[in-house]
Design a protein around this ligand. Structure first.
Ligand code: ADP
Ligand code: MG
Length: 225
């Protein structure tokens, strides 16, 4: 059973004048199998929050606990390993490497940890099958559609069986029909994989599919209906 606990999280960025305060005390609790959307206008701090929860940036104060551990207490090499083991990311851009095949792209996070074992390749194939790309394993990103690239990016995010899947505008670059199918895919895979799902989105349609909705308002997460 996985858990995410966020308490009194703040983030400010230094500037030549007053520091820019972006997050002012975020509270959030998520458990395995739960999903939540984060809405809010551009510049409200959604990506900043996701980066911190993904351990790509540190909070200014407050605590993040994922599976009973505060990752920000870890030294950098262990932090990178913690991120690999516990967290998956899907961004608005797919960030697939153009020179690699779809299958190789899904294995990239594994290769950051050492040589890929046969079970990793098996899982990569299984995930690509599940996202509907079983027939595209050897294609390069340029040879598949935008929706397919985002599906490959989802498979890559799940390769290490993360407890927490973070998605920042995952359907932002897709047409409405494709966006809908990618959103459904995130939820279908959640049923099978059991991850906690946190999605930043401008799409009310996508937000409505998730169990809970929050808005970042003046640096705090407030529930919205
Ligand atoms: P959103 O994703 O909701 O559009 P962001 O989290 O990207 O918003 O940004 C929130 C605010 O924080 C913006 O005003 C942005 O300019 C500022 N910001 C983000 N990252 C940095 C940084 N590294 N240094 C200074 N300001 C930043
Ligand atoms: Mg953003």
């Amino acid at each position: 059973m996985s858990q995410l606990r966020v308490h009194e999280l703040t983030k400010h960025f230094p500037t030549p004048g007053e520091p820019l305060v972006i997050l002012r005390g975020v509270e959030l609790e998520l458990d395995s199998g739960q999903s939540a959307a984060v809405l809010g206008p551009s510049g409200s701090g959604k990506s900043t929050l996701l980066h911190i929860l993904g351990t790509l940036d540190a909070p200014s104060s407050g605590t993040v606990e994922l599976d009973g551990q505060d990752p920000f207490q870890l030294p950098e090499p262990q932090l990178a390993q913690f991120r690999y083991r516990h967290i998956g990311f899907v961004f608005q851009d797919h960030y697939l490497l153009p020179q690699l095949t779809v299958l190789e792209n899904v294995l990239v996070p594994v290769l950051s940890q050492g040589p890929a074992a046969p079970e990793h390749a098996d899982r990569a194939r299984m995930l690509l099958e599940r996202v509907g790309l079983g027939h595209r394993l050897e294609h390069r990103p340029a040879e598949i559609s935008g929706g397919e690239r985002q599906r490959a990016a989802i498979a890559r995010a799940l390769i290490a069986q993360p407890a927490l899947l973070l998605a920042d505008e995952p359907t932002g670059n897709l047409d409405r029909t494709t966006a809908r199918s990618v959103a459904r895919l995130l939820l279908e895979l959640q049923e099978q994989e059991g991850y906690m799902l946190l999605v930043v989105t401008h799409s009310l349609e996508l937000a409505q599919l998730l169990q809970r909705r929050y808005q970042l308002d003046q640096g705090r997460l407030v529930p919205v209906e």
